[in-house]
Structures are given as C-alpha cells and as structure tokens.
Design a protein around this ligand. Structure first.
Ligand code: SAH
Length: 354
C-alpha cells in the first residue's frame, strides 16, 4: 500500500496512472487531504464510490495522532503527536507574533547535540518522512481550525532540517502544491546549525524557504563548544556560504543567537558578531536561554540582554530579542523533548558527533 500522505502530487499522478486510474484524480485527492483535512479515502465524495473502494485497496493515508495538547497562558499550544510506528514528536502553535506560526519538527530527536538544547540530549531517533513533516501542518491546521487562514511555518521544532534534507524539501513541495495548501515558501523559515553541503544544495532549490542560521557565537573557539558541528563547518565557511546564498530583494538571513550568561554575552562578543555580519543582508534574533533541568547554562539578566542588542543596533544591524513563548508548558525553543523513547542506532550518531 502506498501512503497518500507521503506522495508529492506528481508521484501520486504517476502512481494512479500505473494502477490504471486517471491522473487528474491526484488534484482532487490533494484538495481533500490538504484543503479540507480529510484523513480517510471514503470521505472523498467527488470520487466515485467504485473508485474509492479500489483506491482503498491500493493506498493508505497516515496522519499523526494528537496524544496531548497543552496551552500556555500566552496562547502558545504544544501538540504531542504519535506517528505510525509509535514514535512521538512535538509541534507548536505560536499565535500573534503578529502572524500565526506553526513550529514543525523534522526529526525524532536530533543528532546535533548543541550544549544548551534539550532535544539535542535525546540524540537522533530517526528522520521524519515528508508525509510526517507535512502531516504536522495538516493536523495543526485542523485542530486549530486554521485551514482557511494564513500562517507561517518555522522548521524550528525537533531536529535539524538539513540533516534530513530530501524529506524536508519534499515536504515543502507538498505543502506548496497549488492543489493543496499552496503554501508560499516565503512563509516558511528553515533554521539550521549550518550543514554546509546541504545549505549549498538548498541555494539551488526551486522552492526555497527563508534561511535562519543558528550561530550562537562569533568565533570558532566558542561556537565549537556550543555547537559540536562547528568543528566540521566553521564560522568563516558558514558566513561565506551565507554571502553566496541567493536572496530576493527584500529578504535577509536571520542569525539566531542563544544568549548564555557569562558565556557568549560579553560586549566583546557583540562587537565581534557585528563585525562578522557586516556586509551581509542579515537580521539578528537574540534568544535569551530558556533554562531547563539538565541544561548547565543560565539566562542573562534583562540589562545584559539589552546591552548586547544595543551594541549590535548601534553598529547598524537589524536586531530583535525573541520573546520566549510557552515556557510554562516547555514549548519554548530548545525545550522540545519526548521522554521515554527507546534508544535507536541513530542515537549513536549523536555521540559520534559529540
Ligand atoms: N536544528 C535547527 C532547528 C531547531 S531551531 C537549529 O538548530 O537551527 C531551534 C532554535 O532554538 C535554534 O536556534 C536553537 O539553537 C534554539 N535553542 C535550542 N535550545 C535553546 C534553549 N535552551 N533556549 C533558547 N533557545 C534554544
């Protein structure tokens, strides 16, 4: 059985044709799945009953199941979703930023092991399929009654999207399809620690999301301590790749900078960061650490945060300080973790990268 949730429209057209059906049914099926949120072939009532019965023997349609849903006092909602194999992931809805944002996962766990991130502590369990990535969007849009509303997607949930490149890009194509959600890539932001080969590849994608780089430090010495992957792809290489990255006239690359008290928040760090980013169409998003048990860093004081931002702004950078959302339900950046998952071979990769 082929899973409809995991097929791009072109692949579905080919699969239909191979089974002796008309290609154009793919458009109808996409409309049902993405626009109307149907999770069962039987409900696709503009296909004849006979066709529905035949298709039901040839295709399945998997949809992540909502296991738990928690709402923060600030309106942020965290969804715990169960996948077909029983693995669980989290997705977050962040309202009024001022736009509506879905924060979507790309892996179960993560192999990057950044020092301050709880998801990193899980290690990698497995990659999500494109169907599971796009499925989170289907589920949230349905549960929040937002199928007819505009929203943004940030690939900032669990996982490193460029470490699951093909499935992530396939998911973006599925979400972009005009017969489905028609999600513009300008409404999607992909955040990465800087897996360079994949980043270079993305620079040539027809459907290219906005880019956010998790930088966190201006020098290799410091960044290497926080982001293990920096030992492979250093700061200068990442900045050079960003300079080559194709940007449309109005777009900028976001640089995320988790601010850690006494670690990367000095005035000198701010000055070095400003120098590093000079000449780049950038904006800096300062993320004061979201503390969590098991994370040995501390959040800087508000005045230290402001001072850091001030130094960047004085040097002409566009700066914002990310207001952390959903901290009371552990839905904030770096706090997504699903407990009680079995260890998997992929988790050894996290150790290897460490
Ligand atoms: N792996 C990708 C996608 C995850 S995005 C990436 O790293 O970019 C999640 C963002 O939250 C990243 O910028 C990450 O560095 C940040 N983050 C992780 N742990 C955090 C914490 N404890 N407090 C604040 N931000 C954190």
């Amino acid at each position: 059985m082929l899973d409809l949730a995991n097929l791009e429209r072109t692949a579905l057209e080919a699969a239909l044709e191979e089974r002796g059906h008309k290609r154009f049914h793919a458009r109808q099926i996409f409309g049902w799945i993405y626009k109307r949120g149907v999770t069962d072939l039987a409900a696709m009532t503009d296909l004849s009953q006979k066709l529905r019965a035949t298709l039901a023997g040839e295709f399945s349609l998997s949809t992540p199941a909502i296991v738990a849903r928690e709402k923060s006092i600030d309106g942020t909602e965290k969804f715990l979703l169960r996948l077909e194999d029983g693995r669980q992931i989290e997705s977050v809805f962040i309202p009024d930023t001022p736009s509506m944002t879905f924060c979507i996962s790309t892996q179960v766990g993560c192999a990057m092991a950044c020092a301050f991130c709880l998801t990193g502590k899980m290690g990698l369990v497995r990659n999500l399929t494109a169907g599971e990535i796009a499925g989170q969007v289907r589920v949230l849009a349905g549960a929040l009654d937002m199928r007819d509303r505009k929203f943004n997607i940030v690939l900032m949930g669990m996982g490193e999207p460029l470490h699951n490149y093909d499935e992530t890009m396939r998911a973006l194509r599925m979400l972009n399809d005009e017969h489905g959600l028609g999600m513009s890539p300008r409404r999607v932001t992909l955040s990465t620690v800087g897996l360079l080969p994949a980043l270079e590849k993305m620079a040539h994608e027809p459907i290219m999301p906005n880019l956010a780089i998790s930088l966190h430090a201006p020098t290799d010495g410091l960044r290497g301590e926080l982001v293990p992957l920096n030992k492979k792809y250093g700061v200068a290489e990442i900045i050079a790749a960003c300079k080559r990255f194709p940007l449309t006239r109005r777009s900028r690359i976001t640089f995320e900078y988790v601010l850690l008290a006494g670690v990367n928040d000095s005035q000198d760090d701010a000055r070095k960061l400003a120098k590093l980013l000079s000449g780049l169409k950038s904006k800096v998003n300062i993320i004061p650490l979201n503390a969590a048990p098991g994370i040995q860093f501390e959040r800087p004081s508000d005045s230290a945060i402001n001072q850091f931002a001030q130094i960047l702004a004085e040097r002409g950078l566009v700066v914002s300080v990310r207001k952390s959302r959903g901290r009371d339900i552990r839905a904030a950046c770096g706090q997504l973790i699903v407990e009680g998952q079995q260890k998997s071979p992929g988790q050894r990769l996290a150790v290897a990268l460490h």
